[in-house]
Ligand binder design. Sequence first.
Ligand SMILES: [Zn+2]
Length: 666
Amino acid sequence: MGASKRMIELVALLNAYNYQYYVKNKPTVSDYEFDMLLKELETLEKQEGIILPTSPTQRVGSDLENEFKEVKREKVMGSIANCYDKDELLKWMQTVVPAGTEFTVGPKYDGTSCSLIYKDGELVQASTRGNGLVGSDITENARTIKSIPLSIPLSDDCEIRGEILMPKSSFQKLNKERLEQGLEPFANERNAAAGSIKQLNSRITAERNLIFRPFCVFCDNAKFEKQTEMTNFANSVGFCIDIQDFTSADPYEIIRYIEEFEQKYLKNMDYCMDGVVIKVNDLSWQEKLGYSQKVPYWAKAFKFKQESASTKLIGVDWFVGRTGKLTPVGILDTVNVDGSNISNVTLNNMNYINGLDIRLGSYVFVEKGGAVIPKVTGIDYERHILENYDFEKCTPIGEPFKCPVCGHPVVKKENADGDEGIHLYCTNKDCEAKVMARLEYFVSKDCMDIDGLGTKIMENLYKHNNVRNWYDLYTLKAEDLEYLGKNGQKIYENIQKSKDMPADRVLVSLGIPMIGKVAAKALLECYGNIKDIYTDIVDYHGDKLFAEKPIGTAASNELVAFVLDSDNEKLFANLFELLNCAYISNKPVGGPLEGKTLLATGTLENFPREEIKDSIINHGGKYASSVSKKLDYLIVGSKPGTSKVTKATELGIKMISESEYLDLIK
Ligand SMILES: [Zn+2]
């Protein structure tokens, strides 16, 4: 059986709405209307067991694990030579082609490059740049990006190349969420986009709000004569071009436009660009000029100046965090970037170090950018040459095989604890660095907020008082801390005081991966207390957790693993014994139904289906699941359930009509 006419119609309609919204930025229907049509399509797809390849229902991603197959390509996906100097650029424009030849200027997007293949007008493959000739197949993930059309009005085979970007606004939001979940923030939008497009689970990619901007088109039969025709073509088949190409045969005019571009677009667009790309517009000229080994002779990338500085990398420290993750921190000859002195930079992981070939003793470029932590962006080879200081003699940074703190072996884990990429972890459960980091996290401001427990004091507690776990803090007696003098008494009092920390803060303080402030609150809103969370997981396989889904699946899995870890049995026993863990709901309380429990039966005129439940909760009441003694009112609509009414009569529960309910909430 083929797809029904309605199904084909819906797919076309929804794709058109998507285009208006994500490409044209001019929504033509309300979100509600859109969702209703999408639901209709989903239902049809389920009924008929057919999903059209271009169906918008496929944009939400799936939980099936992707595997990134290799994609070999015929036309190399190269890069473009950079240039930072306007005089150099001017000279290039004046000499590369005869005077009067046209140039075109477009944005240099700061994201991750992607190639899209369309066959018979349908998107059949998307791949990353990889090494240029071989990339990774990211088709499933790319389908979730709404500014990538799933179909284009063209029967010829065609390849569109462009950049996948994370909007600045989404980046801010994502990093905020990651910090709240206790995850490391992404260094910048580019890393976030690259990380998001290589997710094993396309549903995560779908949530990241990535966008796509095209920069180049290859089409078997459409013979383009100019570069600008390519971008116009992409625009005409449904891709978003929000900065039009600028063309001119006058190099000075190009330079003036670049200055204007920087003013006009750089800060004002919701995605990152780090410069402009200047190309010879005439494709026959591009062909004549050809390529050097790696880069085309007919194009230059002019990079806008970022605040960056060059300095020597004098050492690398491996920092061990509370999960045991080893993070390389580069020690620099202190350098001033954009007004601040920088002497440490994150080097992320071995992939990053090897990718940039960062070596001990080498001159590196350091940038602050919009990032949280300063970073190394490359090697200053020029300075090595100028100072006659051989880069090749600098020592490569070795990968540690042992934990630098405890000496136990390290293992590699990919995408562990919500961290993307391959990282090294210390395997020793009792590693001093991990123990200390966990303790420091537990007492920190956002967790149990115990004043006076700085690094020095914590070291004392570790050495003199044998404090290994947070609960050891609560068994300390005042006299155990006498050796700390007056301070000891104060610390003792602060520890005692912290016993009253609310349950959500306690939950955060345990350092469970992915359980930060937001998740902890959501869990307690669902369960009311930590004990019930524990019981649900230990005795009922997390029935409630997975049925009511107060937090996401990945976070739920982390929570279950943590609770069921036999090492944490003692931790929970202590928690219930030593801490008060009261939870006060943050939900808006008050309202006319405060303290009342209600239930409705039968059909209500003003409240179709679940809406009565929302109304009760919104007015401060609780919605009961069944008739019991706890019930204050049973709202009786037309055709009520007889068993409910009988039971309420038996228990003497007050029954009210819909209009009486409306009076109650007035
Ligand atoms: Zn260790």
